[in-house]
Design a binder for this molecule. Structure first.
Ligand SMILES: Cc1cc2nc3c(=O)[nH]c(=O)nc-3n(C[C@H](O)[C@H](O)[C@H](O)COP(=O)(O)OP(=O)(O)OC[C@H]3O[C@@H](n4cnc5c(N)ncnc54)[C@H](O)[C@@H]3O)c2cc1C
Length: 286
């Protein structure tokens, strides 16, 4: 249990096979459900440098070992949808232990933090005995179970740029149960709109591919176009070229395709002032 980042780097250099443990909300299941032997573990929760949140004009820097409950307020201040997303991660007990670094490092295709943070253009700083490097979060996820983390490296922090006032942002977690459930689809859209035109588009999804990923064809269909219903129709259609989702217990491929398109439509309707509460059951008064 190192107390500093330098100690962690030295320990990882000496034990490159060691398993980093933060909140253990993923790792512990490998033991209790998978009956795996973790071997050497390095606990990062005592490292004050990894537990800091720094707010600036430019955005938020969140240490990898910051727990979701601790980052909730700062993320909600950046954009209310980020706050609502955090409220949908696990239950309170999980959010009190689960770290943002663990959510990213775990590399799950259905982790909820990554799609939203990718859409915000977040960057990831990785550190190790050889120094540190910063990459776009979107580039961290290489393939299923494979991330851009070199031997001896650890996730040090994540930087989330402050969105512009004109950014249209919509983040939606779609799961069978409202609380403490795994996403079927988690989508995030951020459009920069100027004079009625979309000058930049970021669209990212979890649950649609082997990794959390940007939707390149959808983004291309939005960029440079009027912020208008016809553009959203084309962008929603373009999603078919971006993803070939799986059918599993959380949803069929057809459901996932439709749910992903609905994230764009929710964004559009909300921008027009209509209610798109994810608790539709309340909206219809049931
Ligand atoms: C009941 C329950 C509900 C859940 N609900 C959700 C949910 O709604 N949404 C969601 O996204 N997830 C959910 N999870 C999954 C989990 O809580 C998150 O992925 C969490 O953020 C993982 O963080 P952790 O600190 O617990 O990671 P750990 O379990 O400690 O580690 C996870 C992985 O990340 C690695 N790691 C951790 N920190 C670092 C670091 N600094 N550098 C490099 N590697 C590192 C570990 O080695 C391991 O591979 C749930 C889990 C449970 C048990």
């Amino acid at each position: 249990a190192p107390a500093t980042v330098d100690e962690l780097a030295a320990l990882l250099a000496a034990h490159p096979q060691a398993r980093i443990v933060a909140g253990a909300t993923d790792v512990a299941l490998w033991v209790t459900k998978g009956l795996r032997d973790l071997g050497t573990v390095i606990f990062v929760g005592d490292i004050a440098e990894l537990r800091r949140i720094e707010e600036s004009e430019a955005g938020l820097t969140i240490g990898a070992a910051v727990r979701y409950a601790e980052a909730h307020r700062a993320l909600a201040a950046l954009h209310p949808d980020l706050g609502e997303l955090v409220r949908r991660i696990g239950g309170l007990q999980v959010r009190n232990a689960a770290t943002i670094g663990g959510n990213i490092a775990n590399g799950s295709p259905i982790g909820d933090g990554p799609p939203a943070l990718i859409a915000m253009d977040a960057t990831l700083t990785l550190a190790g005995a050889d120094g540190r490097r910063t990459i776009a979060l979107a580039d961290y996820f290489l393939d299923y179970g494979r991330q851009d983390r070199r031997s001896g490296e650890f996730v040090e922090s994540i930087f989330v740029p402050r969105p512009h006032a004109s950014d249209v942002i919509h983040i939606a977690k779609l799961s069978r149960r409202f609380d403490s459930d795994i996403s079927a689809v988690c989508g995030a859209v951020r459009l920069r709109v100027a004079d009625g035109a979309i000058v930049a588009a970021r669209v990212a999804f979890g649950g649609m591919a082997a990794t959390p990923r940007r939707a390149a064809a959808c983004e291309a269909a939005l960029t440079g176009q009027p912020f208008a219903e016809a553009t959203i129709t084309r962008a929603a259609d373009a999603l078919a070229g971006d993803f070939t989702p799986l059918t599993d217990v959380r949803g069929s491929a057809a459901y996932r395709r439709q749910a992903a398109a609905s994230v764009l439509w929710r964004m559009w309707h909300r921008a027009a002032g209509r209610d798109v509460s994810v608790r539709d059951v309340e909206a219809i008064g049931a």
